[in-house]
Design a protein around this ligand. Structure first.
Ligand code: HSE
Length: 337
């Protein structure tokens, strides 16, 4: 069901004209069988955007930390600034409004952890909170997804939706007639139940994947046989979440569309995935467009075992990988001190 509502936070800071700071978490896009429509939020790490008013009109970037100088400082190309600009536009604020934003990049670049989407979400929410725009979450999602499109070339919402909403989301972009202004160009997000205890391990190899290229590599055709398996898996996976049925999750968390193509450029991927499943994980696949590999497990301990097995398997392939362990992050984007 589509959720309305604004992000809660500390109103005093906004009213005093002091900066607001918004944290938006990392995400696992696709979650295996849900290419472009299913995603999950971690608790951490994530990106943090601080926004404050400035006297001159327009959105500027004051500072970026944690990106090694690699992200664009041009607000027309930076997803945090683009998210903030979209929020100002959607809310119809005066063009004389000025906003300065600082980005603390807690997420690695091009890792498949939803970094550009998290920055876009944090930027849109920061503008909303600072100026009291009162945008609801679907409007904020649309702002973040516009920004993410510039950043990654993807119109998919599977990173931005969970980073904003938290939890596990089925995120549907407006298509066809819905993409017209009438009845509504807003995306639809279904917040899916998270079975108690479910946790995530992410093995992040010291490699990078350019999402645009990873999308281009998929082409625009799939075989009917693969499509049948994939939509069966996606439907089964969603049903398994509602039923808390771990066996059905295990049976259905398989990607027949993107993983076979994209995994070819991740050394050791097959062994990494097998190591995760062999250690008891419910599902394992590329996180987003990779190269990070996620494992979904029924408990934090099981996630840790899967994560360690994945890191070891990467090491055997000669690739150093960093392990991130997290419960599913229920909160999504939020104001932080
Ligand atoms: N669903 C998108 C893709 C996520 O797989 O290309 C990008 O991180």
């Amino acid at each position: 069901m589509a959720e309305e509502g604004t992000i809660t936070g500390t109103d005093e800071r906004r009213e005093n004209g002091v900066a607001v700071r918004i944290f938006a978490p990392a995400t696992v896009g696709n979650l295996g069988c849900g290419f472009d429509v299913l995603g999950l939020a971690l608790e951490a790490p994530g990106d943090t955007v601080e926004a404050r008013r400035r006297d001159e009109p327009g959105v500027v970037i004051e500072a970026i930390e944690g990106d090694g100088g690699r992200l664009p400082r041009d607000p027309a190309r930076n997803t945090a600034a683009l998210g903030a600009s979209a929020a100002l536009r959607v809310a119809g604020v005066s063009p004389s409004t000025g906003l300065a934003i600082s980005l603390r990049k807690g997420l690695p670049l091009a890792a498949g952890m939803g970094g550009s989407g998290a920055s876009a979400v944090a930027g849109a929410v920061a503008a909303d909170r600072l100026l009291g725009l009162g945008l609801d979450r679907r409007q904020l999602l649309r702002c973040a997804s516009e920004a993410e499109y510039v950043g990654s070339g993807s119109t998919a919402l599977d990173n931005v939706a969970p980073s904003l909403f938290g939890g596990i989301c089925l995120a549907l972009a407006p298509t066809g007639a819905e993409a017209d202004p009438h009845p509504s160009p807003l995306p639809t997000v279904v917040e899916l139940p998270v079975p108690p205890g479910v946790a995530v391990a992410l093995a992040q190899p010291q490699l990078e994947t350019d999402t645009r290229s990873a999308r281009a590599a998929l082409g625009d055709r799939i075989r009917l046989e693969d499509a049948v398996v994939q939509w069966g898996n996606l439907a089964g996976f969603v049903a398994a979440l509602f039923r808390g049925d771990m066996e059905l999750l295990r049976r259905t968390g398989v990607d027949r569309i993107a993983e076979p193509i994209r995994s070819a450029v991740v050394p050791g991927f097959r062994q990494v995935r097998e190591a995760a499943l062999g250690s008891g994980a419910l599902a394992a696949s590329l996180s987003g467009s990779g190269p990070a590999v996620f494992a979904l497990a029924s408990s934090r301990d099981a996630a840790e075992a899967a994560g360690r097995a994945m890191v070891d398997a990467f090491a055997e392939a000669g690739i150093e990988a960093r392990l991130h362990l997290s419960s599913v992050g229920h909160q999504g984007a939020r104001e932080v001190p």
